[in-house]
Ligand binder design. Structure first.
Ligand SMILES: [Zn+2]
Length: 167
């Protein structure tokens, strides 16, 4: 395995689990494979292989080439490891996660969440206005949520993620 593939393998395994690591390892060895070929080679159910390939694709660890099977009339997907710099791949993923976390923090800090004192269900301000400030589950009057714990937690995760160095 090349040093670059090795890094992809380790990251894929770390983020998506052991089987994803084995998929990356296999793709590094054979270059390209379909989901069925991977399923057979690794002895793992094709549904699991497909789900993990999609996850790996979302994280940009793998790419695919689509070929129309003339006889069958459907498409075959040939998967391979990405040609991108693996650290850039993870850096971009990190950026995306951070964006989502900051958006979430913004929502929490805007103080527009409510909670039912009875069943503890949380509602956003938009929902609550529709329900006239009563819990649709149990009918109790809703209260403004104390989300300071969630805010602290989000801030901590964001700070740790920002400080995280990959190299
Ligand atoms: Zn309730």
């Amino acid at each position: 395995m090349s040093e670059r593939d090795q890094v992809l393998f380790i990251l894929a395994k770390k983020i998506h689990g052991d089987i994803a690591g084995r998929i990356a390892e296999r793709l590094s060895r054979v270059g390209e494979a379909t989901d069925e070929q991977l399923s057979q080679a690794l002895g793992i159910e094709i549904g699991i292989i497909r789900r993990l390939l999609n996850e790996l694709y979302e994280s940009r660890f793998v790419r695919y080439r689509r070929v129309r099977d003339v006889d069958q009339g459907w498409y075959l997907y040939y998967w391979r490891l990405t040609d991108d710099d693996p650290f850039r791949v993870v850096e971009e993923r990190k950026k995306k996660v951070l964006e989502n976390l900051k958006l979430k923090l913004e929502h929490e800090e805007s103080g527009s969440y409510f909670v039912c004192p009875q069943c503890k269900t949380r509602y956003s301000f938009d929902d609550v206005a529709d329900y006239m400030f009563r819990c649709p589950e149990c009918g109790s009057d809703l209260e403004a949520a104390d989300n300071s714990l969630i805010i602290d937690k989000l801030k901590m995760v964001i700070r740790r993620l920002e400080e995280l160095k990959l190299e």
